[in-house]
Write a protein that binds this ligand. Sequence first.
Ligand code: ADP
Length: 483
Amino acid sequence: MKKSNVYNRSLIEASLDPLVTIGREGKITDVNEATEKVTGYLRQDLIGTDFSDYFTEPEKAKKGYLQVFRDGFVRDYPLEVHNKDGNIIPVLYNASVYRDESGEVIGVFAAARDISKLKKVQDELRFASLYNRSLIEASLDPLVTIGAEGNITDVNRATEKVTGYSRDELIGTDFLDYFTEPKKAREGYQKVFKEGSVRDYALEIKHKNGHITPVLYNASVYRDDSNRVIGVFASARDITELKEAEKILKLKLDELTRSNAELEQFAYVSSHDLQEPLRMIASYLQLLERKYKGNLDSKADKYIRFSVDGATRMQKLIDDLLEFSRVTTHAQEFKPTDLESIFAQVQSNLEISIKENNALISHDPLPTIMADKTQITQVFQNLISNALKFRSESQSEIKISVEKRKNDWLFGIKDNGIGIDPKHSDRIFDVFKRLHKKKDYPGTGIGLSICKKIIERHGGGIWVESELGKGSTFYFTLANLDN
Ligand code: ADP
């Protein structure tokens, strides 16, 4: 063998691609090791046999090498090798003729490239894109892709449904054409390009037949392989039902606010107007008592006494009711309120009672918050005076705590008094609800309901944790409006 032949042979054997030479009649004249591997046959079994025998489509294989003899070459000619074990290997052939010293064509030199892996990737890709497509179509939300110029490049069925136009009619047209406010749609679209995405962007889609669908858009840009933005992917959420529900809710809320205001007005006006005749009854009864006490019989004295008591009590109840309705009718705007000074004020208002009880009152450093000053004073005063009033045998100890939480302040007013049976812990906040007789503890049962109304007006809540005989802690929250 000549030196150059040896060299060529090693080159051929070194190739990972199956190489083969074919004679004029289509018989294999030579192969390399890669061909043995791919076909599963040995060199000596292959040489002399028909080249086309080793493919799933022998006719196509034959056509291929005839084309080489005719045109001098083929490029990327697809075939499938059918090997000894029954496996099928997809390949692409590149082949050209070769000649003897006189320039005569004596055969074909063919190199195959195994494209199994490539095919697999392609199949996976096709599957993935099919899968994506089904996902997109399965979405009940209208989805759309928009090109850089604002033209629609793809839609799903839901988009066809909401606009009334077919996919073919939609693709290529201006995205903005399908909204009641094209200007707003453009701004949204530009925002996506500028910021990369938008969330819950409200628009209204116009159907061909005039029907309007309110939607919220979520959209983001999408990019090509080199990370260049090539368009926008946008999905719309139909919020018709949500809007409908909101409308009904608003109507109901308006109705409720109106009837509440009417009721409050009624309570205020009637208690206000009742005061006058009641005052008259009470003073004439007192006059009767003063003038005729001892002149009539003892029964008459007793009846007059009961009437005076009843009228006085009624006056007190009406005053309380009036005070209760003033929480809304005489409300003041929220201002920065220093609770330290409020506490000092309350302490001085309750000075006599504190001294009488020899009560120990301690408190955490109190913050400045946004509140209606008069009303917050009233809350602290009502709760502290209750803690003093419902004391036990032992010395009164009252502790005021405060904790800053994420969105609000939590206050606690803890006493060591008689406590409350937990089964009454909700009821005590109702108007005129009391757990004791007037002769045991004076009061009308309005204090806590006023506290509740004030706290709720401040966006907070109030509740009690207690056990009979073990003291009580009244908690309330106030919204932290600084946040
Ligand atoms: P009043 O003090 O006029 O009775 P409130 O509305 O302030 O009215 O309180 C309602 C009821 O809740 C009281 O009658 C009492 O039974 C109970 N209560 C309130 N505060 C305390 C407390 N600190 N300890 C025990 N019971 C309390």
